[in-house]
Ligand binder design. Sequence first.
Ligand SMILES: C[S@@+](CC[C@H](N)C(=O)[O-])C[C@H]1O[C@@H](n2cnc3c(N)ncnc32)[C@H](O)[C@@H]1O
Length: 300
Amino acid sequence: MNGPHELPQPIPYQGSKRQIAPAILEHLPTTISRLVEPFAGSAALSMAAAARRTCDRFWINDAHAPLMRLWREIIHRPDALAGEYNRLWNDQLGRERQYFDEVRDRFNTHHAPADFLYLLARCVKAAIRYNARGQFNNTPDNRRKGARPAEMTRRITHASALLRHRIRLTSWDYARVLDQCAEDDLVYMDPPYQGVCGARNTRYLPKIDHGAFCDQLRNLNERHIMYAVSYDGRTGTKTYGEPLPGTLRLTQLEIRAGRSTQATLLGRSDVTHESLYLSPALVAALERTAHTNDSPLALR
Ligand SMILES: C[S@@+](CC[C@H](N)C(=O)[O-])C[C@H]1O[C@@H](n2cnc3c(N)ncnc32)[C@H](O)[C@@H]1O
């Protein structure tokens, strides 16, 4: 597994960290006993770590229950899920628009994982959007039919093979996950900032409050837990997201995340950088390893 395009991505997901997951991994230890993702979404970092075999065990959590039901199917029933996707994809042919609406109606009643996967594969920007009544309401991207069944099968099978025997899956609020983390865990957090990702504005998800999130990080510091957070960033000189406070004693790095679509449209070439914050315990661990065996773990 060399480039980002070779990482398995079973769940199409707006806001996925897939493109920059390899760059984030560069700043984490080369061996990790358990990688915990409390805001997993499509769990791009876990997939990248699993593909590189840097990690023994994984815990993927997301408060969005239908998403975690889909993850369970991907990991534990890959053949059945791939078969159901194959059937949906072929059934749509010739009446794609109407078929999307039928699957969406059914999903809003039964929340079946294969229906959700089909909707994500076909909807605009792979964005999870619900209306105030909790009904999925994104529309289809009529230029696309969704990943072909053979390709989707390959992605699902690969993800399952990588994670199957060493993963915990939960659908809790992130604070409950953090409560159960221990000193040898590495926690990677990518909370939904500015509502750009995940099931926004819905009854499915508790709101993420900046102050409460900072309190959680303070508590992790007191417990010497190693963690990294993707939070804010900038495109050119324009910043987005609220930075994390200095009192948390985090080390802030910038990850180059590519060119912004808008800047490209306007003919400018602003590059987006995303912040990655490393916790004091993580920095100490990286420094210890760098000093003891001259390994490539030093902060870059
Ligand atoms: C920015 S996305 C994560 C994207 C992920 N890094 C990836 O590569 O796909 C944030 C995720 O947090 C989830 N989320 C929102 N509120 C949450 C909460 N209170 N507890 C746990 N997860 C939550 C959303 O459902 C969404 O999937």
